[in-house]
Design a protein around this ligand. Structure first.
Ligand code: NDP
Length: 284
């Protein structure tokens, strides 16, 4: 058996076209252009690429974007002052601070400084709590993108065994909440889990969010399972690869996401979706 591929690029293009249409309508009828402000501190090359991609995606969808770049040794108070200014600006609908931040920063304090109404990453404690209560304001973009992919693949969720490998605040934990809200039976594995394969082999839906190249191999997958690979890793040859060993996994899985071209493009897409939703909310 060879798995059906869940094409993140194609789905992202479709959803982004819908978002661009909605943004154009909002501008035409209400005079409001959705606007995302992105703050980048330091010179981490991966962060620079992510920020560039986010700004480019905004422009392509007809959103406005603001990019604030600070040197690695900037005083946190300066960045906090910028966040306060963006919080107070009614033309800005979404604010995100690209992580990781340099050592002198308390990342939690920075995330808490963003107005929960503009926290399009969904990392503010108030928004994390709202998600936990089943009443989300902003769903964190990567797990949100995964849910859209499951929906587009018509993957049955009710009663399904879902296993998530990784328990980070930005992927694993919110992913667990979203799948639980859809009545999956959820298991969350992490670095201290015993016998990882025992858990992964039970999964109807397996989400890998670890950051270890090709660690999930075909023999760890239940035949016919849906396998979502969130991981982004570089091989020694400099190529991108996921946490799933795609070649062996695709022979066992029923549905699988590739890397690149899987979850990655959906993450930025859902950032646009959250920014548009935030802009629409200001009119209610
Ligand atoms: P973190 O490093 O924050 O979390 C990794 C998780 O994996 C931790 O919970 C850790 O466990 C767990 N883990 C580590 N080793 C093992 C192991 N041997 N067995 C089982 N679990 C293990 O990473 P993120 O959640 O931020 O990101 C995960 C991956 O997803 C990365 O490759 C990242 O680049 C990628 N990513 C991709 C995005 C996209 O758009 N496609 C967006 C965000 C992230 P413990 O808690 O015990 O340490």
């Amino acid at each position: 058996m060879t798995a059906r591929i869940l094409d993140g690029n194609a789905l992202a293009a479709e959803v982004r076209a819908q978002l661009a249409e909605k943004a154009a309508a909002l501008k035409a009828t209400q005079g409001v252009t959705p606007c995302l402000a992105v703050i980048l501190v330091g010179e981490d090359p991966a962060s620079q690429v992510y920020v560039r991609n986010k700004v480019a995606a905004c422009e392509k969808a007809g959103f406005r974007s603001i990019k604030e770049v600070y040197p690695p040794n900037v005083e946190p108070v300066e960045v906090l002052a910028k966040i306060a200014q963006l919080n107070a600006d009614p033309s800005v609908h979404g604010i995100l601070v690209q992580l990781p931040l340099p050592k002198q920063f308390d990342a939690d304090a920075v995330l808490e400084a963003i107005s929960p109404e503009k926290d399009v990453d969904g990392f503010h404690a108030e928004n994390v709590g709202a998600l936990m209560q089943g009443n989300p304001r902003f769903i964190p973009c990567t797990p949100y993108g995964v849910m859209k992919m499951l929906e587009s693949g018509n993957v049955p969720l009710k009663g399904a065994e879902a296993v998530i490998v990784g328990r980070s605040n930005i992927v694993g934990k919110p992913m667990a909440m979203l799948l639980l809200a859809q009545s999956c039976t959820v298991t969350v594995c992490h670095s201290q889990s015993k016998d990882l394969a025992f858990h992964t082999k039970r999964a109807d839906i397996l989400v890998a969010a670890v950051g270890r190249a090709r660690m999930i191999t075909g023999d760890m997958i239940k035949p016919g399972a849906t396998v979502i690979d969130v991981g982004i890793n570089r091989t020694p040859e400099g190529k991108l690869c996921g946490d799933v060993d795609f070649e062996s996994a695709k022979e066992v899985a029923g549905l699988i996401t590739p890397v690149p071209g899987g979850v990655g493009p959906m993450t930025i897409t859902m950032l646009l979706a959250n920014t548009l939703e935030s802009a629409e909310r200001t009119l209610k």
